[in-house]
Design a protein around this ligand. Structure first.
Ligand code: BGC
Length: 918
């Protein structure tokens, strides 16, 4: 066993296992899989050169040493032989058709051009190989939704031709989908390949995961966490998806299988929860009991096939329609069995407590407005292997409608619209619509009813460590902070603040000298959902994406994996990961679905909770995001989501509630957009009443990067006052908190009495409480921590080689202007100037830069090194469109030195580079 504090081999093997467990097999005719040892494989598909480890944008910017894609994994396995001639043909073609990164932010194409495969070529290959594997790759991401177009949700013509030629020539064909999200699957019936599997975007070790399943080392046990319908138009959210201004949630709570199983069973190609194995399982009911709060069933699952395997046992409820109307079926629990040998069985306990059985009445139709109720009638329970194939295991009768929890109205819509409701006609449910109940009280009223009172006290010189040592209370400590301290502490700095680990997303806490004097250290947060993003170029482990992990339905594995992620955070002195992303897959076109988990809130919430629990084992944490309802990327900066209070609470917020209650979430990120009239960053109901008062959240809430605030609509000025009033504690991010570089209105509104000192104190206390509990505080007070010490011993220096070098000789005065092209800003490359100066000394380097993009929220980070030492990081925003100088001081240079530039993303432009002595 390794004695290293951070065991990279252990991390790698967990990553491989996690991908393998997530691989979801949908078809396996004639048991073509697993492939026997000695199989000769012809690997088709251009993605063998560019395995997608993740989607694009902040959730994918992890710098890795190496990505093992499908080709690399199979090529490394002596059990198989790959057709070398075919590979060579591809290599030649790819040399003329290099990977297209697009230009700048959010412009990487969803697919890469595919090499045409003729029937002749396919036939030639079929003579040499036993089986064809066809790899199809897709990406999408932040600021770039998928589209119902060829090359995105649909296959390209070239891909279809490849399928036609290869399935025509080979008897055995296996299609592997390297995608972040479900895609159209009608081509399966058309070309009839023998096997089809989603291998998802599996991070840096993804290819090994696919290999393990194809080779039969792992019996496929991934299951769909989304419903695959015939047509994108079948998803009820499609009609409203993508609007730049508004997105009405007309389908209400009928998201995903809740819609299909109720209204449109015949429009489903692959049901929710589906996936096949190399073996067969049977299920039988053992017992069913009504418990004090909910029900418990025990089922016995037996492996009745010939290979060892695991199965996902899913527990569903069918509630009485009642007055509210209900989906035909809803997931209430799931358990993945251990590996069962052929003939072996195990008992699986399934539970559904009241929280899973209640429904929210937002209209008062049950006689109990704003309450979670259980309506009278019979509740039927089913256990099985997907939403369709399951067995009734019991039922309970509720004699009369009960209020389980009385709440009060929150986040209700102000804009009238019609929402979906089932009507039972001729033995089937049909869609009808009803008017949505509207808000009767405003967020401002709620805030005013509940204003905090100020903590008063004189300056006793307490430092934050005195709270830690129980010498004073948090309230006494915070009471001493000046108005200016309070105004600054709620401003986070970034990106790539020099106050924390280089290249990270944000710094918060002791961001001014005065706050530092009070003993508040600067904490560090960084993206993201697919591993640690450090724009300095520093390498980290790239993780399988949320969609892949969720498909494994293995929460224990996810927890173990995130324990390792937690260690890596500790190692890099990062306290908070900006993930997991946990918005619902409301529509398959959402570009960020790869970061998120499922169309179902229980699957979503439990996965997020598992990741958090894993990180908490190392006392770091994650930020659950985007709170809430980021169900599309188009127009994400301002699009208004309009939904009923029932849909918000029962569907969209449920996953977050689970992450808070079961995962003890400590950090939350609000969205860019607005919900029912307010930016989520400023929604008092969302951030204070629901999150904190109802769910008991005790942590920090931060905005998304450069978000807006206040009521929906454009504002001249950043409305930070509304953000703080809502108890969204941290504005992320500004360049300098003290100088108010975002020109926010906080100080002015505070002086006018529109934000109280007590409200600022409340957020300051949330921030300090958070920091006190994180590793940064321990390091700051320097009382020693064994884990930190052991991790520090394992320190690895950053090492890189230059991709391109330009020689520059400074003229006699020392001042020299070099054209920008000398340091090209190409993504993930190190470009260097080798400088010869007339004399040693201090020099100033000025880069004249700007961003080239149409996306306001784009991020273009670059890092300057001198002789491989990191000197400074700069992140341009999408709004930095004008040329501006960035000055960098290079003290104590020798007569010869190198300046290197690393760009994490392309799209930044350099006009010129000026070097002069100082
Ligand atoms: C994304 C967040 C991310 C942040 C920092 C934003 O554009 O929406 O998810 O954490 O940037 O990179």
């Amino acid at each position: 066993m390794s004695t290293l504090a951070f065991d990279k081999e252990k991390f790698r093997s967990l990553l491989r296992r996690a991908v393998a467990e997530g691989v979801t097999l949908l078809k396996n005719d004639g048991d073509v899989l697993p492939l026997a040892e000695g199989t000769k494989i012809a690997l088709f598909g251009r993605s063998q050169f560019n395995y997608y480890k993740s989607g694009t944008g902040s959730g994918g910017m992890v710098n890795v040493k190496e990505v093992v894609g499908v080709y690399e994994a199979f090529a490394s396995d002596p059990r198989f032989t790959l057709d070398a001639d075919l590979r060579k043909t591809y290599e030649e073609w790819v040399a003329d058709h290099p990977f297209d990164n697009g230009v700048g932010w959010a412009s990487e194409p969803w697919f890469q051009a595919e090499m045409p495969i003729t029937a002749d070529l396919a036939k030639k290959c079929a003579k040499k190989s036993d089986v064809a594997i066809i790899l199809i790759g897709r990406t999408a991401g932040e600021d770039q939704d998928n589209r119902n177009e060829r090359g995105s949700y649909l296959l390209t013509e070239e891909e279809e031709k490849m399928l036609e030629a290869v399935t025509g020539a080979f008897k055995k064909t296996v299609v592997l989908l390297n995608v972040g999200n479900i895609i159209d699957m009608n081509w399966v019936a058309k070309y009839d390949p023998s096997a089809v599997a989603y291998i998802w975007q599996g991070g840096q070790e993804g290819g090994y995961g696919a290999l393990a399943v194809v080779a039969g080392d792992v019996n496929p046990c991934g299951r769909l966490t989304d419903t695959i319908a015939y047509d994108i138009a079948d998803y009820p959210s499609t009609a409203n998806f993508g609007g730049k201004e508004r997105n009405f949630q007309q389908e209400d709570i009928y998201v995903g299988y809740r819609y299909f199983e109720t209204f449109a069973k015949d429009r489903v190609l692959y049901p929710f929860g589906y996936g096949i194995s190399y073996t067969e399982f049977s299920i039988a009911e053992n017992s069913f009991h009504e418990e004090k709060s909910g029900v418990k069933a025990v089922v016995s699952v037996k492996n009745v096939g010939e290979r060892a395997g695991r199965q996902v046992v899913q527990f569903y409820v069918s509630k009485p329609q009642g007055m509210l109307g209900q989906p035909a079926i809803e997931l209430v629990d799931f358990v993945k069995t251990p590996l069962l040998a052929p003939g072996e069985s195990c008992n699986v306990e399934l539970r559904a407590d009241e929280d899973r059985l209640v429904s929210y009445d937002d209209s008062g139709v049950t006689g109990h407005k704003s309450a979670y109720v259980m309506e009278q009638g019979t509740y039927y329970f089913y256990a099985g292997f997907d939403v369709r194939s399951n067995l009734e295991v019991g039922s309970i009768s509720v004699a009369e409608t009960n209020v389980i929890k009385q709440m009060s109205e929150a986040m209700a819509p102000v804009e009238p619209f019609e929402r979906m409701k089932p009507e039972f006609v001729d033995g089937a449910y049909r869609v009808t619509y009803e008017s949505v109940p509207l808000a009767t009280v405003t967020r401002e009223q709620h805030r005013e009813w509940d204003l905090p009172t100020e903590w008063k006290g004189s300056d006793m010189g307490w430092k934050l460590v005195d709270v830690y040592d129980h010498k004073c209370s948090m309230e006494q400590f915070i009471a001493q902070l000046s108005d200016q301290d309070l105004i600054c502490i709620v401003r986070g700095e970034g990106m790539s603040s020099p106050k924390v680990t280089p290249g990270c997303g944000g710094a918060f806490g002791g961001v001014t000298d005065s706050l530092l004097e009070k003993g508040i250290p600067v904490a560090c947060c960084s993206d993201g959902p697919s591993g640690i993003r450090m724009d300095s170029g520093r390498i980290a482990f790239s993780m399988p994406n949320g969609a892949c992990l969720a498909a494994s339905w293995d929460l224990a594995l996810v927890e173990d994996l995130y324990e390792m992620e937690g260690l890596e955070l500790r190692k890099n002195k990062i306290d908070v990961l900006l993930g997991p992303g946990m918005n619902l897959h409301r529509n398959p076109l959402n570009g960020r679905n790869f970061e998120y988990f499922s169309e179902d809130p229980l699957v979503t919430g439990r996965n997020a909770a598992a990741q958090l629990r894993g990180m908490h084992r190392n006392n770091v944490t994650g930020t659950i995001k985007h709170f809430a309802m980021n169900t599309q990327e188009s127009g994400r900066y301002s699009v208004e989501h309009i939904a009923s209070e029932r849909a918000i609470r029962q569907i969209y917020l449920k996953g977050f509630e689970i992450a808070v209650k079961e995962g003890r979430a400590k950090a939350v990120m609000t969205t860019y957009g607005t919900v029912n009239g307010y930016y989520t960053s400023s929604d008092y109901d969302l951030v204070t009443r629901i999150l904190r008062s109802e769910w008991g959240f005790r942590g920090i809430v931060m905005t998304d990067w450069w978000a807006k605030g206040g009521v929906a609509g454009p504002h001249d000025r950043l409305d930070m006052a509304s953000i703080i009033r809502a108890q969204n504690d941290l504005y992320m991010v500004c360049n300098n908190a003290e100088q108010n570089t975002n020109w926010d209105n906080l100080e002015e509104e505070f002086n006018k009495g529109n934000v109280t000192r007590a409200e600022l104190q409340r957020s300051a206390a949330n921030i300090c409480r958070f920091i006190l509990d994180k590793p940064v505080f321990n390091r700051y007070i320097d009382r020693g921590n064994r884990l930190d010490m052991r991790l520090a011993e394992q320190k690895e220096e950053m090492e890189f080689s230059y991709d391109h070098v330009e020689k520059v000789t400074l003229n006699a005065t020392g001042e020299t202007v070099v054209p920008g092209e000398a340091l090209p800003t190409v993504r993930r490359t190190y470009n260097a100037l080798q400088v010869k100066a007339p004399k040693a000394g201090d020099y100033k380097l000025t880069l004249v830069v700007r961003a080239e993009t149409d996306h306001e929220l784009a991020q273009f980070p670059f890092t300057i090194f001198r002789n491989q030492d990191l000197i400074q990081m700069v992140t341009l925003k999408g709004t930095d469109k004008e040329w501006r100088p960035v000055d960098i001081l290079l003290n104590g240079c020798d007569k010869k030195f190198d300046i290197a530039l690393f760009c994490a993303m392309d799209g930044a432009r350099i006009r010129e580079i000026v070097l002069q002595p100082v």
